[in-house]
Design a protein around this ligand. Structure first.
Ligand code: SF4
Length: 314
């Protein structure tokens, strides 16, 4: 059944990543997640130690490739795994840690080998707002002219007090500056936010989305906070410092957020993938399809769509 939403061929009431890929590339495209072995200024002491309080030892790249392999071997290995499920073209996703945290000659040697493969139609690079200096920006500009490029910026929340609590070690103002600099070169941006961070209530999570709905971004990933073993957050949870979101609360918040986002922003994710071996909670998140179905059902019950409550403020 077609939902009536502008960017949907089925019953979705928001602009899905699949819809975007299908219409841009006219065939199935999937991401191949890679771990290029970078670190992060928030781990090595340049900005902070220990990383964000929820960050796993793999630097939020639990399903990315093995950093001991060179990029091409890694790409081929991960892609062969993915091919058991999907056939089609690929976007090489440099996922783990901070993938612009190195000099440009290293970045070139890291990213460009994947462009030798005919089936690679794009590159997606996960990084932090404070790791895009002028030389990196010039290089990303150059790379964006060779392939379809997305720079993925972790924001998580627009509240600096939350940033401090989770040891993010950069401010919202730094994020906005990075967005402006990337967009001055027409580079696509995907923003990551997390629902359920310690100290945040529903109104704060909606405020984050209302705020980013006003800036020039092309993609969003909405994550549910996953608490992973051996993280600072795991201890905070055990000590009762905060509570995990229930599934119904999460569905309600996400539907409100979708209504607040402009209809032309592509939603790359509405849940996260926790590794069941190390996930402490919420355990309901492991049933990802159920969560996505509940979101669809709630949007349908409300008779609402992405962007139905979006207002351009300036
Ligand atoms: S910025 Fe990313 S890689 Fe660095 S500590 Fe935070 S979550 Fe981990």
């Amino acid at each position: 059944m077609k939902s009536g939403f502008k960017f949907s061929d089925d019953n979705k009431r928001y602009y899905t990543w699949n819809y975007f890929l299908k219409h841009k590339f006219n065939e199935k495209v999937f991401k191949v997640s890679l771990n290029a072995g970078f670190t992060c200024p928030n781990i090595d002491g340049t900005k902070g130690y220990g990383g964000c309080t929820y960050c796993s030892s793999s630097g939020s790249g639990d399903f990315a490739g093995n950093p001991c392999m060179d990029i091409k071997t890694q790409f081929e290995t991960v892609k062969a795994q993915m091919n058991k499920k999907w056939q089609g073209k690929c976007i090489a996703y440099f996922q783990a840690h901070t993938n612009t945290y190195a000099p440009v000659d290293i970045l070139k040697k890291t990213f460009e080998p994947v462009l030798d493969y005919e089936d690679v139609v794009g590159i997606s690079i996960a990084t932090r707002a404070d790791c895009i200096d002028d030389s990196v920006l010039d290089y990303l500009d150059e790379l964006s002219k060779k392939t379809f490029l997305i720079v993925e910026l972790g924001l998580q929340s627009v509240f600096d007090k939350t940033g401090e609590k989770i040891n993010r070690c950069h401010t919202y103002a730094e994020f906005v500056e990075a967005v402006e600099r990337l967009r001055s070169r027409n580079i696509n941006i995907c923003v990551h936010i997390i629902n359920g961070l310690p100290g945040e209530d529903k109104e704060m999570m909606l405020h984050t989305v209302r705020t980013i709905s006003q800036i020039d971004i092309q993609f969003v990933k909405i994550h549910l906070l996953h608490v992973i073993e051996n993280t600072v957050m795991a201890k905070q949870l055990k000590d009762g410092e905060f509570k995990l979101l229930e599934r119904d609360e999460y569905v309600d918040i996400v539907c409100d957020q979708l209504e607040l986002l402009p209809e032309n922003i592509v939603i790359q994710r509405l849940t996260g993938d926790g590794d069941p071996k190390t996930l402490i909670g919420p355990m309901w998140s492991l049933k990802k399809l159920v969560v996505l179905n509940e979101i669809d059902k709630e949007m349908q019950r409300r008779e609402t769509y992405q962007g139905s409550k979006f207002k351009r403020l300036k």
